[in-house]
Write a protein that binds this ligand. Structure first.
Ligand code: ADP
Ligand code: LRH
Length: 486
């Protein structure tokens, strides 16, 4: 039959976008219908997401998507960054703006939680690495607030957007796994964990899985977006990283690692079952859920956030000349630990990077180009360490590294990653999360088969670039020593 159009709403920490995927017989075309900035807002002492601005961007995007698709969308899917959520009162109204995961409200909270529930037991039950922003710690931080007391429902960000679009509530599984309240072995809530710290998992609406129906666009949404109804909303892997991993263009049987590089770098492996070892916990590996019962065994690395924050400080200069200048600098030179949670909070990033270099007795970068080079060398090293550690901890060797997400557009980062890892890098697609979102919808609508088929369609239709490792191994080994936190 004729090509069918699916819309992906993909909300990243740096921008939101609505993408249209047109699937024909063996073809897949992706177009950007609308992109809008995602600008956090500090009000009072709290850092918030501007969720209504994001929702307005979603509506604008769906209208543009409908125009791009000739008024007819087969379905809509929604994914976003993980862990964050909105609280609803008894009338189903949003109680305040969702708090940003970089807000400081969780400072000191994990230590309090571990006093009742030791970190090793928490890991054995949930497989989720320690990060102060995990939903679990956010909820403990909110304990005793009037807002939480009034809350009758908790909706993760993509589920909140889906609720506003359809009037229906659910909790999508892959994103639920990032709350640190889910058992990755059963795919159900880790009830004893939640009970022991006084969190009521009944706040979450029932779980739903990628591919499940999630309602249809409400009449006023159709009117506002000028779409012809009915338009179903399909549950996708609503954690953006889960959607991105679903769109890694690996060949069937290929032994691969992936790095999803955007605001964060998420580097690791796709496994059949969780690895809940103490060694993995100490190495900060997480077991998030993927599509089809897979496990995303990965480490969070600060990612291009380091560069985004520097650019903001420098008054947002153009990226391409800066990357060209950084590429001309010999390296790896000074490096920092790009997985250090010390870089989580916003502000003063060039200074913080310079300070980290001095603390480890390396020359501090002086110019924006030198700082950019330091960041990209440091990210390449953090990628290498995560890829090596994941293989060892999971007993799962790889032959190739797939780099997806916005960072796949950064040729210098991809080349440095190949050199540091000593493995070929296949870069692309840059819009992996949107593509994974679209393909899961297409599959639910019977247009495509299993995961291998999704991936081979991507490998045939998307623009990919291969980087062979080169350069001086000894120089990278020496730099790896300098990047270690002390
Ligand atoms: P998120 O989903 O977390 O908002 P993205 O996957 O959209 O992030 O990636 C955004 C990052 O991609 C930017 O911070 C930038 O560093 C990088 N990027 C985007 N476009 C380009 C480009 N043309 N050249 C180099 N890097 C790019
Ligand atoms: C990337 C991401 C990542 C999470 C972080 C909060 O966008 O979803 O996987 O750890 O945001």
């Amino acid at each position: 039959g004729p090509a069918k159009s699916f819309a992906a709403v993909d909300l990243g920490a740096s921008s939101g976008r609505v993408m249209v995927g047109r699937l024909g017989r063996g073809t897949l075309e992706l177009t950007e219908a609308h992109r809008f900035p995602n600008r956090p807002v500090r009000a009072g002492t709290t850092l918030h997401w501007d969720v209504l601005a994001l929702y307005a961007g979603v509506l604008d995007g769906l209208r543009a998507a409908g125009e791009a698709a000739g008024g007819r969308l087969e379905s809509v899917g929604i994914d976003s960054w993980a862990v964050d959520h909105g609280l609803l009162d008894a009338d189903g109204r949003l109680l305040g703006n969702p708090v940003h995961y970089r807000d400081a409200r969780t400072e000191g909270v994990p230590e309090k939680v571990w006093a009742d529930l030791p970190a090793d037991r928490l890991y054995a039950a949930t497989g989720i690495q320690h990060a102060p922003f995990n939903t679990l710690y956010q909820l403990v931080a909110a304990r005793g607030t009037a807002q939480l007391a009034a809350a009758r429902r908790l909706l993760l960000i993509p589920d909140l957007i889906a609720y506003w679009l359809t009037g229906e509530q659910g909790t999508e599984l892959t994103n639920a796994s990032t709350t640190q309240l889910l058992d990755p072995r059963t795919g159900d809530w880790a009830r004893p964990v939640a009970e022991s710290i006084g969190i009521d998992v009944a706040l979450f609406p029932p779980l739903r899985r990628p591919g499940d129906p999630a309602g249809t666009l409400l009449p006023h949404v159709l009117e506002e977006t000028r779409l012809n109804g009915p338009v179903p909303v399909t549950t996708v892997a609503s954690h953006d990283t889960a959607s991105a991993v679903a769109a890694v263009p690996a060949a069937a049987g290929e032994r691969f690692a992936y790095i999803c590089t955007g605001t964060w770098s998420l580097a690791g492996l796709e496994l059949d079952s969780p690895v809940l070892t103490e060694a993995g916990r100490r190495a900060a590996f997480t077991n998030e859920l993927g599509i089809d019962g897979t496990v995303r065994y990965l480490r969070n690395i600060m990612g291009l956030w380091l560069l985004q924050e520097c650019l903001r400080e420098w008054g947002d200069p153009e990226l391409t000349p800066l990357l060209d200048a950084a590429a001309a600098i010999p390296g790896p030179a000074s490096v920092v630990d790009a997985s250090d949670p010390a870089f989580l909070a916003p502000g003063r990033m060039p200074q913080r990077i310079a300070e980290a270099c001095r603390t480890s007795r390396q020359p501090a970068p002086r110019t924006p180009a030198e700082t950019t080079r330091c960041i990209l060398d440091s990210l390449a090293l953090a990628h290498r360490r995560a890829v090596e550690d994941a293989q060892r901890l999971a007993g799962h060797p790889v032959d190739v590294v797939h780099v997806v997400g916005g960072g796949a557009r950064n040729a210098l980062l991809c080349r440095l990653t190949a050199d540091a890892c000593g493995l070929p890098v296949v870069a692309g697609p840059a819009e992996a999360a949107a593509l994974g979102n679209i393909l899961v919808q297409a599959r639910a609508h019977g247009l495509i088969g299993d995961r291998d088929e999704m991936r081979s369609l991507l490998a045939r239709t998307q623009h990919l670039t291969r980087y062979e490792p080169s350069g001086d191994r000894a120089a990278w080994d020496a730099a790896a020593e300098r990047a270690v936190r002390r």
